[in-house]
Design a protein around this ligand. Structure first.
Ligand code: KG4
Ligand code: ZN
Length: 337
């Protein structure tokens, strides 16, 4: 089974070709234009997708050394995401599917992040706990099998990546802020500022990062009033450790409560070096498997979209695909919880 997948839910245009779980190509084109504005501008994102989508799909096919006739199915992210961005990918995929008479699979973006650990390591056991942590999401899932999962909790306000990005902006760093904070934290003192760990002692699996952002803003205002130079590295290290403390604590509480033997982190923030090392240590202490997928499977990518389509085909059979002529619904189905 060879699947061509397209992902355009936010500000990355991505295409991949996956054959029976083996990634033949995984092309991601990021949109630098948003750096100028300190955040994603939805209208610009859609326009950039329009420019990039055909060359990126062609590049994915070329790298996989395959043409569209050799593809068995097409998969595309149909949500959640920015409406204009999703429309570009969905309509492009639908056009290809109709033109080449291929079945088309609409895929939920977060479900795809959830299974990226299984894409990275097919020997990963079920059940597992998966932390999906990105610019738009911070949620913990109990994953019990292919296409079988339930959400245990998510953020009440900002996502962890959003907190990284907003705090980075406050202290004068570029967009996206997460990688800058990660890099500068290496030379900073994580104990320099006593920042809040939202909901860390609550038994629920909900997160809250808006209090952290406010606390950092207050520290920055105090320092500026004094005319002091911002200790950027210390602010980064203190922020990062506050976020990672909460993510590790809640994820490991879920691991202990459910008694699972595997834990996965996924989404853009899972690229964070402190999150990776602290999760890895916590898993090692418990003697369980930990998977942090490679960067190309962590960030928004199409290989994970193809992989989830393949899981769906394997579990339900190709006849249940939505087919070329059935209705194609752009709205995402809500995640099961
Ligand atoms: O999954 P993703 O590529 O896009 C979505 O949000 O769906 O995640 C992007 C987020 C941004 O907020 C970015 O700042 C964050 O991931 N990020 C990081 C790191 N690399 C990316 N956050 C912390 N540390 C990093 N190294
Ligand atoms: Zn994502």
């Amino acid at each position: 089974m060879i699947i061509l997948a397209i992902e355009s839910s936010c500000d990355d245009t991505a295409a991949a070709v996956v054959r029976d779980g083996e990634v033949l190509s995984n092309i991601i084109s990021s949109q630098d234009i948003h750096d100028l504005y300190g955040g994603i501008v939805p209208e610009l994102a859609s326009r950039e997708h329009v420019k990039a989508i055909a060359p990126i799909v062609r590049a994915a096919l070329n790298e996989a050394k395959i043409n569209l006739d050799g593809i068995d199915a097409i998969a595309v992210t149909n949500g959640p995401g920015l409406a204009g961005s999703l429309l570009v990918g969905c309509h492009f995929a639908k056009g290809l599917a109709m033109r080449h008479a291929k079945p088309l699979y609409p895929i939920h973006h977060i479900e795809a992040h959830l299974y990226s650990g299984y894409l990275e390591d097919p020997s990963l056991p079920y059940p597992s706990v998966c932390l999906v942590v990105s610019g738009g999401h911070t949620s913990i899932f109990h994953v019990t099998g292919p296409s079988k999962y339930s959400m245990m909790g998510s953020t009440k306000d900002d996502a962890a990546g959003e907190a990284f990005d907003k705090i980075a902006k406050l202290i004068g760093l570029g967009y996206p802020g997460g990688p800058h904070v990660d890099r500068l934290s290496r030379t900073g003192n994580a104990k320099a500022f006593d920042l809040p760990r939202g909901l860390i002692n609550e038994s629920s699996y909900q997160f809250s990062f808006s209090g952290l952002k406010t606390a950092v803003r207050r520290e920055v205002e105090k320092l500026r009033l004094k005319g002091a130079e911002l200790p950027v590295e210390d602010l980064c290290a203190s922020t990062q450790t506050a976020i990672v403390d909460v993510l590790v604590s809640k994820t490991m509480r879920a691991v202990d409560e459910l008694g699972v033997q595997a834990v996965v982190i996924a989404g853009g923030v899972s690229a964070n070096s402190e999150l990776r090392s602290r999760m890895s240590m916590a898993a090692e202490q418990r003697g369980i498997t930990f998977v942090a997928p490679r960067l190309g499977y962590c960030v928004d990518n199409a290989a994970m979209i193809a992989f989830v389509a393949q899981l769906r085909i394997e579990s339900r059979g190709p006849k249940e695909s939505i087919g070329v002529h059935s209705n194609f619904v752009i709205e995402p189905k809500p995640l099961r919880s």
